[in-house]
Design a protein around this ligand. Structure first.
Ligand SMILES: [Zn+2]
Length: 648
């Protein structure tokens, strides 16, 4: 009101009311920078144009918080003869004394800001050092009535946060946690806005998982100064504030065991190390999905560079040194089939595993059991929450006065919605309980763990599991230079510091089947177009021919030669049958149309040996098809044009 009353001051000073303009676009905006303040910018431009007689404000020195902005305004006002007016008086900046006083006031306003901020921050810092400065808590932790930090009493929230840590311990990556939460939501506490203080449930993202894992509050620690804000000048000259993370060693305040947490401080450090090990951009080589066992830990003994695991279709892999791309290839650089190295290394690993290590496997089994329970528990808690909300909506509905129809209608609709949500949650709970596979009993687990080779080859063991098993004991594999091309020398570095060397036979390269002897090919050329591949294989074997690899012929070998020499097979069609392509040619349409007619039952066809379609074909069939084409607007544009357009 005081600010709007300034318009009356202007009139009192002699300006006509229609000449007074109120600029209030910047209300509620910080005056730190002029960048986002459209009102201040408009004022500046009109002062520059000389359109303004006087600028009136409560306190001119606070029109802009930044000295630079105010100095520019004062300079322009001086050049254009614009007056600046506030409660203290009228400044004509062409007058040296007025200009000096306004300059001093602006400097003092900035100093005042600094002192005030300093006092506030000092008090805040002192409170932080005692662990008493309150900051918004991450979801899962709340302040109790006495202001102490405690676990959120809501069991569903507690379970969700706890499960993030448990899933991370089991899966080992943030994306692993996201996958484990598929179909399940994660709570988020809203700060500010319409939902302030309320819980929102949303799908869990990798970003959220990282926020949770990196937040020391969950480990019961009080931390101040984990983030720092810096000022940055962007290309346009605008000043922006950016927030950055501070490394743990530089946190201003760290008080361990400050409040109850979800994990211990040791767990927190372990998670931090594990996240760093997953950070490939930083040079880490985490285990991947592929079957090549030594991926990520195998290096070339010739040049010292990591070897890449390359996959060549059908899951065959090889370890390859890529130094030649950088022109660093040495005479000792080799590539090798992954299977050869993997089998040898796995053999050494299994020999080294003692019964004590079996305990590790049993610990893993316990982890499976608890993951099993977690799945069911989450659905159970969600159902319980839905039941509570439905009850509450029912109570609200029954308590409303019957005369208050408007409120009753809304409350009834809400109750119904909650009941529907409850039904959904109970259904999800039943589904979750039904989907849980039965757990194997402890005795069979012990038997399985004692037989590690079988466990390693079990179809349920994933490639990642095998690699983790390998990495628990082995730190690195090196393909050592070996002069003979028939042998490969593999160095194994154990985590204990010990090193082993093994020598294996290099597998012979077998990329392309050797060409079959000419007489066999000749025979396939002659008989191929009229004989099936099965019959051909039998005939070739009767003649005593062998494939290029020296094996007897089978259907696959014959098909390979057909493919290599472009020899067609016999037509699959009997009398009165034609192929799809032939039908399409006769009708002058695309083969796709013919296939569509077969799929929709408008044409009869059977699958012959080799899976090709043979269509029973008579003159009547042909006439029918042609009529269909002639009447179809889609296939025959002429038909489309003559037919009247149908209106719906
Ligand atoms: Zn190399």
């Amino acid at each position: 009101m005081r600010q709007y009353a300034l318009a009356d001051t202007a009139v009192a000073l002699g300006w006509a009311p229609r000449d007074v303009e109120v600029i209030d676009k910047d209300l509620g905006l910080s005056g730190t920078s002029a960048a986002h303040r459209a009102g201040f910018r408009e004022l500046m431009s009109r002062v520059c144009l000389g359109e303004v007689g006087a600028v009136i404000g409560l306190e001119i020195s606070r029109l802009a918080r930044s000295n630079a902005d105010l100095a520019r305004l004062a300079e322009m006002a001086r050049l254009t003869g614009t007056l600046l007016i506030d409660s203290d008086g009228v400044y004509d900046l062409a007058d040296f004394n007025d200009w000096l006083v306004l300059g001093l006031k602006s400097t003092m306003s900035q100093a005042e800001l600094h002192i005030m901020a300093g006092r506030l921050q000092a008090a805040g810092k002192a409170a932080a050092e005692r662990g008493e400065l309150r900051a918004p808590l991450p979801v899962g932790l709340v302040y109790d009535e006495d202001g102490a930090t405690v676990l959120d009493p809501d069991a569903e929230v507690q379970a969700a946060v706890g499960d993030v840590f448990a899933c991370f311990a089991a899966a080992g990556s943030a994306y692993g946690v996201v996958a484990a939460f598929a179909g399940r939501k994660f709570p988020q506490r809203a700060y500010g806005g319409a939902w302030a203080g309320q819980l929102r449930w949303a799908p869990l993202t990798r970003h959220r998982v990282l926020q949770v894992l990196k937040n020391p509050a969950y480990a019961g620690a009080y931390v101040h100064g984990r983030h720092v804000t810096r000022k940055k000048v962007d290309a346009d000259g605008n000043v922006r504030t950016v927030t950055g993370e501070v490394p743990r060693a530089q946190w201003q305040v760290l008080i361990k065991d400050h409040h109850p947490g979800y994990i211990t401080w040791e767990d927190y450090l372990a998670a931090e190390a594990r996240l760093a090990a997953n950070h490939t951009a930083g040079g880490a080589r985490p285990v991947r999905e592929g079957t090549a066992l030594c991926q990520g830990i195998i290096i070339c003994g010739g040049c010292g560079a990591p070897m890449a695991a390359n996959y060549h279709g059908d899951d065959r892999a090889s370890y390859e040194c890529h130094s030649h791309r950088d022109g660093k290839k040495t005479s000792g650089c080799r590539s090798i089939t992954a299977d050869a190295v993997d089998d040898a290394v796995a053999g050494v690993l299994l020999q080294a595993l003692t019964p004590e290590q079996v305990a590790l496997a049993l610990a893993a089994a316990d982890e499976v059991t608890s993951a099993h329970q977690r799945t069911g528990r989450a659905a159970g808690l969600a159902a319980e929450r839905a039941r509570y909300e439905a009850d509450r909506a029912e109570r609200a509905f029954t308590q409303v006065e019957p005369e208050n129809r408007l409120a009753a209608r809304t409350l009834e609709a809400r109750w119904e919605a909650k009941l529907a949500a409850l039904a959904d949650a109970e259904q999800a709970l039943a589904a979750a309980q039904a989907a849980l596979p039965p757990l194997p009993d402890r005795a069979s687990l012990e038997k399985l763990a004692a037989d590690l080779p079988a466990l390693r080859h079990a179809p349920t063991t994933t490639a990642r599991d095998r690699k983790r098993l390998l990495r628990t004991l082995i730190a690195g594999i090196t393909m050592l230079p070996e002069s003979g091309r028939a042998k490969a020398r593999i160095g194994i570095r154990w985590h204990t510091g010990a090193a082993d060397q093994i020598i294996i036979d290099r597998p012979r390269p077998s990329r392309i089947p050797a060409p079959a002897p000419a007489p066999a090919t000749q025979l396939i050329r002659q008989l191929g177009p009229v004989t099936t591949s099965e019959d051909l294989a039998a005939i070739l074997n009767q003649h005593g021919y062998r494939t290029g690899a020296g094996r007897p012929f089978d259907t696959k070998a014959v098909q390979w030669i057909r493919h290599a020499y472009h020899i067609p097979g016999p037509s699959p069609c009997r009398d009165a049958e034609i192929s799809v392509n032939e039908a399409a040619q006769r009708l002058g349409c695309s083969p796709g149309v013919v296939c569509y007619w077969i799929a929709t039952g408008q044409l009869t066809a059977r699958r012959s040996t080799g899976g090709r379609l043979a269509i029973s074909w008579t003159d009547a069939t042909e006439t029918g098809c042609k009529e269909r084409i002639a009447s179809s607007g889609h296939l025959n544009p002429a038909a489309r044009r003559t037919r009247p357009r149908q209106r719906h």
